[in-house]
Write a protein that binds this ligand. Structure first.
Ligand code: NAP
Length: 245
């Protein structure tokens, strides 16, 4: 199937490894021109070369203004923007009383205000060209709060409301806004949790972790012109974990 992504211009935040990298790689394989982002310039340089990205912008999304800077630099590199994928590192772990106000502010900047900064810049461009694809990578925590991930549970549920609000405002401009909620996906971040095979089998009906490539397949479709009538949706890729929702 031709996804009609040839020449489309995309920025994928948080894409030097894991889920973000798999999405960038998949978009490139379909002919899109992609700018990648992460904090380490050294790492980005290597990944951009490996996957054939058009360019990269190193920046820490925990810092105010950095998302806007990345968005502007991506437009300089690409000559415009058609697709933006919001992905970043996971927020702090901890129960409510474990998390300082300072940490809340950092996670809010990283997961939320970075989106606002970027979209305030991109939406007028997307509206005037009558095309845009906005995709958020959040978590199944937005659907079913996970223990000891209070900031993720709270902030990501809020992104659901933001995405649906955007959908309402921009759908008639051929701009879509959707969410993919990853379940337990085999990346470096998940390896930190050291889940045994037995534990995975107990938690996940599919009996295994998901792969970043499985998620990237849907992400690429949702970013394509072919998915123009899918908007305001949240789709979990979780091997059946949130099946009852
Ligand atoms: N893997 C899972 O099972 C799972 C499940 C549910 C939700 N998620 C969510 O999905 C997202 C991606 O997960 P992943 O497993 O692919 O994570 P990952 O392997 O840790 O990759 C995160 C990516 O984001 C970049 N990044 C991290 N913090 C950043 C910051 N402050 N500013 C800019 N870039 C930053 C990282 O590069 P640098 O380190 O170089 O900055 C890396 O490229 C996360 O938000 C995670 O919470 C993952």
């Amino acid at each position: 199937m031709d996804l009609q992504l040839k020449g489309k211009r995309a920025l994928v935040f948080g894409s030097s490894q894991g889920i973000g990298r798999a999405i960038a790689e998949s978009l490139i394989a379909e002919g899109a021109k992609v700018v990648i982002n992460g904090r380490s310039e050294e790492k980005l340089k290597g990944v951009a070369k490996d996957i054939g990205a058009q360019g990269f912008v190193a920046a820490d999304l925990n810092r105010e203004g950095e998302s806007l800077n990345v968005s502007k630099k991506a437009v300089e590199i690409l000559g415009g923007i058609d697709i933006v994928v919001f992905n970043t590192g996971g927020p702090a772990k901890g129960q409510f009383l474990d998390i300082s106000l300072e940490q809340w502010k950092l996670d809010y900047q990283n997961l939320w205000l970075s989106v606002v900064e970027s979209l305030s810049y991109y939406l007028p461009q997307m509206k005037s060209q009558q095309f845009g694809r906005i995709l958020f990578i959040t978590s199944i925590a937005a659907k079913e709060p996970l223990p000891a991930l209070t900031t993720s549970n709270g902030l990501r549920a809020g992104i659901e409301g933001l995405s649906k609000s955007l959908c309402h405002e921009v759908a008639s401009f051929n701009i879509t806004s959707n969410i993919i909620q990853p379940g337990y996906t085999n990346t470096d971040r998940l390896k930190e949790l050291k889940l045994s095979d037995e534990k995975v089998k107990q938690m996940v009906p599919a009996g295994r972790l998901g792969t970043p490539e499985e998620l990237a397949g849907l992400a690429t479709y949702l970013c394509s012109p072919l998915a123009g009538y899918i908007t305001g949706q949240s789709i979990a890729i979780d091997g059946g974990v949130t099946r009852s929702h």
